[in-house]
Write a protein that binds this ligand. Sequence first.
Ligand code: SF4
Length: 471
Amino acid sequence: MDTLHDSLTINIHGEQAEISPALIEKYNQPGPRYTSYPTAPEWNDNFGQTEFVQAIEAANANGAPLSLYFHLPFCQSLCLFCGCNTVITKKREVTVPYLEHLKKEIALVSAKVDSSRLVKQLHWGGGTPTYLTPEEIRDLFACIREHFTLAPDAEIGIEVDPRATTEEHCRTLAELGFNRISMGIQDFNPLVQKTINRVQPYETTKALFDYCRELGFESINVDLIYGLPHQTLHSFSETVDKIIAMNPDRIAVFSYAHVPWLKKQQGSFAKHLPHGLEKFRIFHHAIEKLTDAGYRYIGMDHFAKPDDELCRAQDERTLHRNFQGYTTKAGCDLLGMGVSSISGLEDVYAQNYRDLPSYYAALNEGRWATMRGMQVTAEDKLRRAVINRLLCHCVVIKAEIEQAFDINFDEHFAAELTRLQELERDQLVRLSADRIEVAVLGRIFIRNVAMVFDAYLQQKSERQKVFSKTL
Ligand code: SF4
């Protein structure tokens, strides 16, 4: 039997490598998840409504399709691991003023968006979107439909917490045209659930999952988290077995992000967390089980069935990554509405106020709720393209970047290519004259590979205050 001091053999889709405790120690450092580049800590308060409106108006000329995100922040209780922007309350009436303000925002934003721009992707996240009653869901959905033009084949998704979702909620979502359900599960183990303050019996989740299948949702995805307190390889393996038996279309296995300096409640269970190789072994075992069960490891934390469009998009190198993770909807401008929500256009990022009083005050004064953002430079776009290709396609073909950005890749990225040599020696990447390929270990440490191209990551000490570890 191997021990925590032994290396592990990792095998992903036929490619094999050894991963040692020393390698984990070396690369398991704080770093971004690259849902955007430049990442959120680089955005600034000088960017506000004026800049954001100008960017939307300029983007209308290109007519790019839209991806809309709506943030519904309320939850009944706090899951202690959670890093999302939430409002914890049992006062159900809080939804009334929130929806009023969200509708004001929808009216403000949609007035600046050319109505010919089709919405190809619509997503409700949180918080707990099903904190809303079925009537409120219908009402909000009608408002969105009134102000934006949904493409007939739009991907319409929602995050669902089985503890707060009734069969009536599910029927309502199906009737409205939601076709993707993303179910928060995290872990089925009772001790883990109790420690993270998220008691969610397997039977409840399974019953809701099966009901959603009966209703015919096109895709049902589940979210798990590895690295939670009291989790062991064995206990998480049992969770993964139950998930495989449920047969979801996509599975996200997120790494628990321990950032107690930002989320104080995480300190309560710190001494029960698995660390380093112990944490990695939990993930490694999940990768083995899921790939053996026929799921493809798309990258970072995502798995999908081989016939899923994520796999097709990866094969065709059209896969894209945004704030919701991996997506097939490349080329969409993302407009986020609701408290703390994030927008990402070709040329800018923008984020709304993160607290309800500021969000409400702005909208009551007829202002946009934009709190901060950033104008993306030509250099940022170039680096974003390289990072996206690494994360989504596991290969960067230099000629494609040279053609798109009119540069000489080897000259422009001479320093980065030198730094990559160390990652090549550690078997994270393969470097050749025409391309950079991500090797199997690089898929595990993909954030570290991407970090090489991040011009903003200067000092390790600064990173440590902001980001979680890469594993
Ligand atoms: S229900 Fe979801 S968003 Fe709310 S606290 Fe729990 S994990 Fe966070």
